[in-house]
Structures are given as structure tokens and as C-alpha cells.
Design a protein around this ligand. Structure first.
Ligand code: ASP
Length: 313
């Protein structure tokens, strides 16, 4: 058994024709963030520290839909959310509705460690971030020209389904062959089988103000226990309905499935095609990256020398 790490930069309808100027910066960022994670695991950092660190790097990169680079609500504002979970203790922290916090994932960690609660949102979460001395900036810092363009495009195309009671089957609006997706996440396991998962996002482009997706919901977008750690991406409403992250763990726990079998089952059977992807590692050092979308920005490495950076199957 050795350490393993996997990260994602979002799953969705990513066309093979994705222009190099949109592909290369993301691949470079995935490579860089993977290296940050690998170096940290080699330096014996805890998986919890590793996933937080890697997700912070991804949040700071404007090419992903988290932190700087978050997609915009229907009112052109940003509402970021994130979640972190420790496998052994099942301690977890989640935040939603952030408008000024530079690293949502670190606020989730502080919620986990310094409050008796699990989930803080909107004004209360912002106030707590300030009290705790987390870095905050003007909201405009997070808004990139690409995301202003994406919102405009989504509105013009008027193709976003806002019927949240129905499965989201339609395609996500795309801009120049690029979609709104790009949520980030990381899972890691160390040599002792300690596991952690972290996910961070700006949500869905043109989302209603106040909408909360799967990312911060324990068991939907993010989950870790003593068997595995999972971070999901895709259409939040479908992922919440499918209890994606927890179901991977449940199939291992109650049915004895391997990590790969459990993840494949959940992605194929529990979420409509085209809606979700996930990265996961197990306490035994296994790793899987499964998706039922066209592609998923992803990267992974294990102690025995395996490394992968990929977008399409
Ligand atoms: N799952 C995220 C959400 O629905 C979006 C994504 O993964 O890209 O908020």
C-alpha cells in the first residue's frame, strides 16, 4: 500500500475540438497542482493538508470554476462554495454563498476545526471568515472577462434549465467550445491509509441567486470515511439526487465492491448520462477517475510511479 492522489478540474461536455488556448493552461495547472500534492505527500503532510493545499492552488487559477474564475449567477454576482472532509474522523466543514473569501476551501476547513457546526453559508460564513482572519477581497477580484462572456452567452442561448425538480438532461451552454464546468476537487490517501476529500466551486453559470449545488453537501459532491475519499463534479442537482460520493463508499461498505467497481456503478447507474464525474482513492491506495460526460479535466499519481493527466476517456 502506498500514497495516492487524484484531482479534477470539472467534468462536462468538453468537445475534442477544445481550442489549445483553453486546453493548455488547464493541463499546465493540473500538472502543477498534481506536483504540489505529490510533493506534499512525499513530505509526509496529512491528506487533509494535501487536499486543502491542492484545492487552494486550483481556486487561485482563473481557468477553473472555483475561487478566482468562479462562474456567475443570473445577476452577474458570484457565490462560491466548498467542502472538506477527513476520512478517519468523518470531521467535515462546508461553506456556501461566499462573495469575498479568497479560498473557500480554507474557510470550510476552519468551520470544521473551529466551530461546533459543519456548514456555514452567506452572511454568517462571510462574517466568520473575517473574524478568523481569512484573506478576503472585493468580489470583483473573482469575476473574469471569460465568465462575463459565459453568462452573456448562457442568457442569450437561453438554454439553461431552471426546473430544478426535473433531472437535468440538456447540455450545459458552451462558449467557443468551452463549457461552464471546471469545479475543482482533490482526494488523497497516505501510506497509513488516512483519507481526505475536498471540493470547491462557483456552481453553475446563470444559477439562481441562493442556489446551492452538490459540492458542499456531504455525501453528494464530497465524502470521505475510513474506506475511501470521493470528490464529484457535474450537474449538482443530479449529483445530489444520486448521493454520488456517499454511494461509492456505501457500495464498498455494504456490498464489498472495490473502489473501481463502486465508482463505475455509481457513475453509470445513479446519475443520468452526461451529468457527472468523480475522482476517488481508497485506504488501500487504489485510485479511480470515472465520468459519464464527454470529458473530465483530471490528474492523478500513486507512489508506485503511475501518473496521468487527461481530459477525455
Ligand atoms: N457540481 C457543480 C455544481 O453543480 C458544478 C460542476 O461540477 O462543475 O455546482
Amino acid at each position: 500500500m502506498g500514497w495516492a492522489i487524484a484531482l479534477h478540474g470539472g467534468a462536462g461536455d468538453i468537445p475534442l475540438s477544445l481550442p489549445p488556448e483553453r486546453r493548455q493552461p488547464r493541463e499546465a495547472a493540473l500538472r502543477h497542482c498534481l506536483q504540489v500534492g505529490v510533493d506534499s505527500l512525499k513530505a509526509q503532510k496529512s491528506p487533509l493538508d494535501v487536499v486543502e493545499l491542492v484545492v487552494r492552488e486550483l481556486e487561485n487559477n482563473p481557468h477553473f470554476n472555483a475561487g478566482r474564475g468562479s462562474v456567475l449567477t443570473t445577476e452577474g454576482t458570484i457565490e462560491m462554495e466548498a467542502c472538506i472532509m477527513d476520512g478517519k474522523t468523518k470531521k467535515c466543514g462546508a461553506v456556501s454563498g461566499l462573495t469575498t473569501v479568497v479560498n473557500a476551501i480554507s474557510l470550510a476547513r476552519v468551520v470544521m476545526e473551529k466551530t461546533p457546526h459543519i456548514y456555514l453559508a452567506f452572511d454568517g460564513a462571510e462574517k466568520f471568515a473575517r473574524e478568523q482572519g481569512l484573506e478576503t477581497v472585493e468580489s470583483s477580484h473573482f469575476i473574469t472577462p471569460e465568465n462575463i462572456e459565459r453568462l452573456k452567452h448562457a442568457k442569450e442561448a437561453n438554454r439553461v434549465q431552471i426546473d430544478y425538480t426535473q433531472p437535468v438532461e440538456k447540455e450545459t451552454p458552451t462558449v467557443d467550445g468551452d463549457s461552464q464546468i471546471g469545479t475543482v476537487g482533490c482526494v488523497a490517501v497516505d501510506n497509513d491509509g488516512n483519507l481526505a476529500a475536498a471540493t470547491s466551486t462557483g456552481g453553475l453559470v446563470n444559477k439562481m441567486v441562493g442556489r446551492i449545488g452538490d459540492t458542499p453537501i456531504i455525501g453528494a459532491g464530497t465524502y470521505a470515511n475510513n474506506l475511501c475519499a470521493v470528490s464529484a463534479t457535474g450537474k449538482g442537482e443530479a449529483i445530489i439526487r444520486g448521493t454520488v460520493a456517499r454511494d461509492v463508499a456505501a457500495l464498498m461498505e455494504f456490498k464489498g465492491l472495490s473502489l473501481k467497481e463502486a465508482a463505475a456503478y455509481v457513475v453509470e447507474e445513479c446519475v443520468p448520462r452526461g451529468n457527472a464525474g468523480l475522482v476517488a482513492v481508497s485506504a488501500k491506495g487504489e485510485l479511480t477517475m470515472a465520468f459519464n460526460t464527454t470529458g473530465m479535466f483530471r490528474a492523478a499519481a500513486t507512489e508506485d510511479g503511475y501518473t496521468e493527466i487527461a481530459i477525455w476517456p
